[in-house]
Design a protein around this ligand. Structure first.
Ligand SMILES: [Zn+2]
Length: 450
């Protein structure tokens, strides 16, 4: 018998798993047993955690974010703008990012996510002004401190205004530097296989901020290194026009020309695809990160989630960057996705369980992982436990539905790989008020330029 201790999470108020009415047993970092109605756990040495006040979900998985943007929330100059003018307002501020500010921005974003029930997150970091060469390393260190599972991307921009792109010259890097650093961070940090805590993917920012050559070479590098690929695509009509004018094709055609249309790729947004393009995505196994809050804030449009799922395209959820959300609460994103997609497709095609599935199993597919996103034997012990003890839940009937319909926003307990990283609604070892003070000061410095 294994020497690792076992834990029975016993008699939950509700759990998002069939045949686990009396709970689940964990050993080490994995789920080893589901306990059905009328049975007791078969694991004799399991300690017991009484979960009678908890609704248990698989840990939520965030498939799109820009952590550094927690430093530029609700910036006055960017209010009430659509994507391209919104970026124009923010690029000069982001160009002033420093390593200390990034560390605070990343730590705060991760804390927000964790407290909302997130156990795995991606991040898309694509601004590398001078002095920020170690951005991904800073992110890896923060994830390890907090015990959060991550798929961090080495993002990039190399098509600036001087070459017909959108970003100013000061925030882009040259192709050789990007490719060399991409290989460095994968070699240094990427863990392959089940149970990985840190993985790396490569992520040129978007068709309007990266050259064709960099798109192609990044795809080739990802294939050689065995890592995933991510970018923004089909977010706005502006992007359609840009691709038509610069490349004489639509964004998905451009993606395919760059060697990107395959199952190694997950795309943020995917709003403006037509029916033929949706079929091509399904055939290729390319998945989509749906970001409902960001899409509504920037008035980008509504991702056709049901049409895509029915065609066979995998859908995950992302909070997107905190400059366009402007929060990093993944449980609130579940509710936002539920409301937005239900208003589009109606009560027969969208239920609260669909929205929970997008944030768990659907998001796991975006990250290319089969060991997370579900409560099942052999999967990682990544869990989010919510209490229904706030006024918003009082008198609720179905506990799982209540999480989505009444607006759950803070987990009471969160576990990653068998280890509690949130207890009693707090992150042990993290002085959250001090972090908020330092983060707020850094954000104001960045925004004011002093
Ligand atoms: Zn984004």
């Amino acid at each position: 018998m294994s020497e690792e201790p076992a834990l029975w999470i016993k008699d939950p108020l509700a759990i998002l798993a069939d045949g686990a009415e009396r709970g689940i047993v964990l050993r080490g970092n994995r789920i080893v047993e589901l306990v059905p109605t009328g049975r007791t756990a078969n694991t004799p040495d399991a300690k017991v955690f009484e979960a009678g006040e908890h609704v248990v979900l698989p840990g939520l998985i965030n498939t799109h974010h820009h952590f550094y943007q927690t430093l530029t929330r609700a910036v006055p100059a960017a209010l009430d703008r659509e994507l391209f003018p919104w970026l124009d307002a923010l690029y000069p501020i982001w160009a002033r990012l420093t390593p200390d500010a990034l560390d605070l921005g990343v730590t705060l974003a991760m804390a927000e996510l964790i407290l909302s029930g997130c156990t795995t997150t991606t991040d898309h970091h694509y601004v590398f002004p001078g002095g920020l060469e170690d951005s991904v390393d800073i992110e890896v260190a923060a994830a390890r401190r907090l015990g959060l599972r991550v798929l961090l991307t080495r993002g990039s921009m190399n098509l600036s205004q001087r070459d017909g792109g959108l970003p100013p010259d000061s925030v882009v890097q040259d192709e050789d530097a990007i490719l060399a650093d991409s290989e460095r961070v994968v070699t240094r940090h990427h863990e392959a296989g089940e149970g990985a805590m840190v993985q790396i993917a490569l992520a040129p920012c978007s068709p309007f901020s990266v050259t064709t050559s960099l798109m192609q070479k990044t795809a080739a590098l990802a294939a050689r290194l065995g890592v995933r690929l991510h970018t923004h695509l089909a977010e706005t009509e502006d992007e359609n026009r840009f691709c038509q004018e610069k490349y004489n094709c639509r964004p998905l055609d451009y993606l395919e020309d760059c060697g990107w249309l395959d199952d190694r790729v997950w795309l943020a947004h995917g709003i403006h695809f037509n029916d033929t393009e949706i079929k091509r995505l399904a055939r290729a196994g390319t998945t989509i990160s749906h970001c409902p809050c960001s899409n509504q804030t920037l008035a980008s449009g509504t991702c056709p989630v049901c049409a895509m799922e029915e065609a066979g395209v995998g859908i995950g959820l992302g909070v997107d960057g905190s400059a366009s959300n402007d929060g990093s609460n993944l449980m609130q994103e579940v509710r936002a996705a539920f409301l937005l997609q239900r208003s589009r497709y109606g009560v027969k095609r969208v239920s609260h369980t669909d929205a929970l599935r997008w944030a768990t199993k659907g998001s796991a597919a975006c990250t290319g992982r089969s060991d997370i996103g579900e409560i099942a034997v052999g999967k990682m012990a990544d869990l989010a436990l919510f209490k229904l003890d706030e006024p918003r839940f009082s008198g609720a009937g179905d506990p799982l539905a209540a999480l989505v319909l009444c607006g759950a926003h803070r987990a009471d307990r969160v576990m990653v790989g068998g280890r509690w990283i949130v207890e009693g609604g707090e992150i042990p070892g993290l002085d959250l008020p001090a972090l908020i003070r330092r983060h707020s000061a850094a954000a104001l410095r960045l925004q004011s330029g002093h």
